[in-house]
Design a protein around this ligand. Structure first.
Ligand SMILES: Cc1cc2nc3c(=O)[nH]c(=O)nc-3n(C[C@H](O)[C@H](O)[C@H](O)COP(=O)(O)OP(=O)(O)OC[C@H]3O[C@@H](n4cnc5c(N)ncnc54)[C@H](O)[C@@H]3O)c2cc1C
Length: 474
């Protein structure tokens, strides 16, 4: 059976596949850089993992006392703060946000810039321009003449299958869906193909946060304010809450694995609500690009949320009358496919604080692997002799890490950028995804307008200057 599709009567200079953490910012940046932009998003709101997987707060990325991600991230934070959906804690961390507010602000920024969005639409396939189709045996080449130029994306939504034509395509699906469908090679998982753990995040509302803060203060987890709670338990990591978890496991309220990772945070603009960075999904379900793993993660996570809710109500003072506020609509996926780019960022690049002449982002967030293999894996603690562990250290991410080696007019910002398993675990945090998205958006607009959509033809020194003009730190 041959599937047929209709071709949309309009074309765009830039189409962003996936309006998530990197994609929403990429769309805004491309629109501000003057391009006709469409963001195509599978769900009904922007922000991706940050909003729909409820990943709050933004992880800090600070070096020498300075936030490394500025530019559009600064504007986003300022707008969130202005409407009460963002906040700075007493320690000066300005990264707290309300995911619902984030959805609205991102959408406003995109539409104000003249960008368009098409929700409830999946990218399912790609079309290559004639004469640039991938070779039957895959891509072992990297020569300019042999690179695939994508002419369109095949989308699926309530209108059926449709081809949407674009100059440059930004693949911000987080899983490199576009690049992989176009035949681009990719990495996935660690040396055994095993991915980081997934989580299904949730929130509890109806919490007496004053009472909970009092309890935590008295039980070894000092809180700066009842408005900025942060508490945690991981087996064997000397959490003061470990005895409570032991008791709950013995009482049959929790399963042993529920203590593999437990963490709660306040959410600005949502008094009495705590957002949880858990439960961690069963270890054998670790591939977020496998539809069966993803679906089973949803059911596994929901059952665990029931147990954790019961635990909080029974064991944490202030939570007696708590109820589930949100089960995140998206499973939280930390790592799946990473495209093989013109450059692949490595662990050594991070530890040696490597600088690149085509840098588009600076990072000091550590290698942070939520391993399903058990035991601590690598360098989460900022301790060591490598240059990276100095308080004012950072490494850079080159523009080339966003360019799939075998494609001509595609950029991949975000967690699927070209990096090894270890390096990805450091660069994947939201603010870096924003900055990569910002770079990709400007570059895509320029490539579409001035360079026949060839993303390698972009003047990266000019891109860096433009990012600095927007307040960026590159
Ligand atoms: C459990 C968990 C906890 C984390 N904790 C933190 C934290 O505390 N702080 C922090 O800063 N970072 C944290 N991270 C990391 C960070 O949130 C992610 O790495 C980052 O948000 C990924 O951004 P992205 O743009 O690459 O992908 P996403 O934000 O996931 O965006 C991908 C978007 O593409 C859409 N999409 C996917 N496929 C298609 C398709 N085929 N067609 C159309 N649309 C599609 C999705 O719906 C989504 O909107 C955490 C991640 C997880 C999973």
């Amino acid at each position: 059976m041959t599937l047929s599709y209709v071709t949309a009567p309009r074309t765009w200079e830039v189409i962003v596949a996936g309006g998530g953490t990197a994609g929403a910012i990429a769309g805004i940046a491309a629109a501000r850089a003057g391009a006709r932009v469409l963001v195509v998003e599978a769900l009904g709101s922007l922000g991706g993992t940050g909003t729909n997987a409820w990943v709050t707060p933004l992880m800090r990325n600070v070096s020498g006392g300075q936030n490394l991600n500025r530019g559009l991230t600064d504007e986003l934070k300022a707008r969130l703060h202005a409407r009460g959906d963002g906040a700075t804690d007493p320690g000066g961390n300005d990264n707290w946000f309300n995911p619902e507010g984030m959805k609205t602000v991102l959408e406003q920024m995109l539409l104000e810039a003249g960008g368009e969005v098409l929700y409830h639409t999946h990218v399912v396939a790609t079309l290559a321009a004639e004469g640039t189709e991938p070779s039957a045996n895959g891509h072992s080449f990297a020569g300019e003449s042999e690179r695939t130029h994508l002419s369109a994306l095949i989308l699926h939504n309530k209108g059926g299958l449709q081809a949407f034509c674009a100059g440059v395509i930004i693949d911000a699906t987080g899983d490199a869906d576009v690049a992989v469908r176009a035949g681009a090679p990719f990495h996935a998982g660690d040396e055994d193909g095993v991915h980081q753990a997934m989580s299904l995040r949730f929130s509890l509302a109806g919490v007496d946060t004053g009472q909970l803060a009092e309890f935590l203060n008295a039980n070894g987890q000092g809180q700066s304010s009842p408005d900025f709670l942060h508490f945690w338990m991981v087996w064997g990591k000397k959490s003061s809450l470990e005895p409570l978890f032991r008791e709950a496991v013995a009482a049959g309220v929790l399963e042993e694995r529920d203590g593999d990772y437990f963490q709660g945070f306040s959410v600005p603009g949502r008094p009495g609500e705590i957002s949880f960075n858990c439960p961690r999904i069963r270890a054998d379900l670790n591939d977020g690009a496998d539809p069966w793993h993803l679906s089973a993660a949803q059911t596994d996570g929901r059952a665990a949320i029931d147990r954790l809710t019961d635990f909080c109500r029974t064991f944490l003072p202030g939570c007696e009358r708590a109820y589930i506020g949100t089960v995140a609509p998206m499973v939280g996926v930390r790592e799946t496919r990473r495209v093989k780019g013109d450059y692949t960022l490595t662990l050594d690049d991070i530890l040696d604080c490597r600088r690149f002449s085509d840098s588009i982002c600076r990072n000091h967030y550590p290698v942070d692997i939520h391993s399903v293999k058990g035991g601590a894996r690598l360098l989460h603690e900022r301790e060591g002799t490598a240059p990276y562990f100095a308080p004012d250290a950072y490494h850079e991410i080159p523009y080339r890490a966003l360019i799939p080696a075998t494609l001509r007019n595609v950029l991949v910002p975000g967690r699927a950028a070209s990096s090894t398993f270890e390096a990805q675990s450091a660069i994947r945090v939201q603010q870096n995804c924003h900055t990569m998205g910002e770079a990709a958006g400007i570059a895509a607009a320029w490539a579409a307008r001035d360079h026949g959509a060839d993303v390698r033809a972009v003047d990266v020194a000019a891109l860096q200057r433009e990012m600095r003009r927007w307040g960026g730190n590159v």
